[in-house]
Design a protein around this ligand. Structure first.
Ligand SMILES: N[C@@H](CCC(=O)N[C@@H](CS)C(=O)NCC(=O)O)C(=O)O
Length: 257
């Protein structure tokens, strides 16, 4: 579980559920959807990551990676979206979002872990290369500030490439192949089932639909040839948690419709 001890101790006083999140962040969408599925009361601490509102000593004192989302529950700080949604399901089991059957539960964790594994090496480079990087103006001062706060070498490397050097054609090609492989495999699986893990909606669907949403909106990733993924995303878009967890926070007019 992604519990951390914050150096910004102000959050230790928080009562109830507080979420640091961003409307354009697919990782944040997972947590917002889970909170909405469970109809939980929560306090939003929205950070506009395109305006770098998360690059502050105060926020790095809560999440040492300086990334969203971060959940604070009664003063306990949890980072990493897959750990947060798993935690929420354990603490607030109604309605349950993990399958009871062992095999289906393993499938669910497989998709959760896979979403995490491809994030920094495929999802982020692909989206930043095609869309976000171009929108994020940055100065030498911004870079210095980031470098003074960020201690994680992988994230420093990502920042260097996404803001200055750019990604090579090989890196973007590899990212595209990883995404194509994941979604093709998902399409084949969805031939048999309506949902990713067993016969019921679960955290696996919550982990992946934000990827489908942001890749389509921000990077014009085409799902047209993946008919089962397309149908699955339509089923998800009919849920209230999609409306209140994703659409409600998405900046109007950002990305293609
Ligand atoms: N593995 C982390 C990844 C978090 C992450 O990369 N969040 C992105 C938004 S989806 C972010 O904070 N981006 C801002 C940045 O890289 O500075 C998780 O699943 O929570």
């Amino acid at each position: 579980m992604g519990f951390v001890t914050p150096t910004n101790e102000s959050v230790l006083e928080f009562e109830g559920l507080h979420l640091y999140h961003s409307g354009v962040s697919n990782c944040s969408m997972r947590v917002c959807m889970t909170l909405e599925e469970k109809r939980l009361e929560w306090t939003s601490h929205h950070l506009n990551i395109l305006r770098k509102e998360h690059i502050t000593p105060e926020y790095f004192g809560i999440n040492p990676n300086g990334l969203v989302p971060t959940l604070v529950h009664d003063g306990k700080v949890i980072i990493e979206s897959d750990d947060i949604i798993d935690y929420l399901d354990d603490r607030f089991p109604d309605p349950p979002l993990k399958p009871t059957d062992d095999g289906d539960r393993n499938d669910m964790y497989f998709w959760l872990r896979r979403a995490t594994a491809i994030h920094l090496k495929a999802v982020k480079p692909y989206i930043y290369h095609i869309r976000v990087g171009k929108r994020m103006a940055h100065s030498q001062e911004d870079d210095e500030k980031y470098r003074s706060l960020q201690k994680n070498p992988d994230l420093l490397e990502f920042h260097r490439k996404s803001t200055n050097e750019g990604f090579s054609d090989e890196e973007i090609g590899r990212a595209r192949t990883t995404l194509n492989d994941c979604f093709s495999e998902m399409d084949a699986m969805l031939e048999e089932h309506d949902w990713l893990a067993g016969g019921r909606f679960s955290l696996a669907d919550i982990a992946w639909v934000p990827l489908q949403f942001t890749l389509h909106r921000l990077a014009n990733y085409e799902f047209g040839s993946l008919g089962n993924v397309d149908d699955w995303s339509r089923r998800l878009s009919a849920r209230n948690s999609y409306r209140d967890g994703i659409i409600k926070w998405w900046p109007p007019g950002f990305g293609s419709a």
